[in-house]
Ligand binder design. Sequence first.
Ligand SMILES: Nc1nc2c(c(=O)[nH]1)N[C@H]1C(S)=C(S)[C@@H](COP(=O)(O)O)O[C@H]1N2
Ligand SMILES: [Mo]
Length: 196
Amino acid sequence: MKNQLPPGQFETEKWPVLHQGDVYAFNKETWKFRLFGEVKEEVSLSFDDVMALPKTVSTIDMHCVTTWSKFATTFEGIALREFLSLTSLNEDVKFIKIYGYYNGDPFGYSANLPLDRLLGDDALFVYRWKDNDRDWEDISPKHGFPLRFIPPASFYLWKGTKWVSGIKFMKEDEEGFWEELGYSMTADPFKEDRYR
Ligand SMILES: Nc1nc2c(c(=O)[nH]1)N[C@H]1C(S)=C(S)[C@@H](COP(=O)(O)O)O[C@H]1N2
Ligand SMILES: [Mo]
């Protein structure tokens, strides 16, 4: 599903910035990435632990609910599935919530997603990107440095948590930051599935 414009969207060449709250200032000493919820054992990873995981490069279209879409952006990052090899999930885990910083709180932002649609190369925790106009660049602080999630193009971009801090594994679906405010649990741009 590449370079396909969902209904109600227009294409932008630039990459706009959108979020609530402060831009997180990276501190390698205190930065942690937690795997928790329905897991046999909780895991806490340092930045070096995360960066030692296998890398994936993918071109992923982005669709923001505010109606811009950006095509042909190539990302390098760690596929979500790599984290599954670091812990054992309890039975019947179907959903996750990806957490990130909001005004200094590492778990202040979150977005829910169905796990079975995040096992491919198009579900990445990214640290650098390039497009037709530029060579590889680190993800900037405003876009989520040092690490942010980019969801598959079949989800609106608010499911792409910036300044990530962990993944909660869940049996039942649960609202995240925007979902609590009335946005869609499923968020499919091709169905204009914006609100609940
Ligand atoms: N931690 C955090 N992640 C966030 C947000 C936020 O407020 N805080 N906003 C989301 C929203 S609404 C969008 S549209 C995308 C925008 O990503 P961009 O600024 O890199 O384009 O980030 C998402 N990730
Ligand atoms: Mo958004």
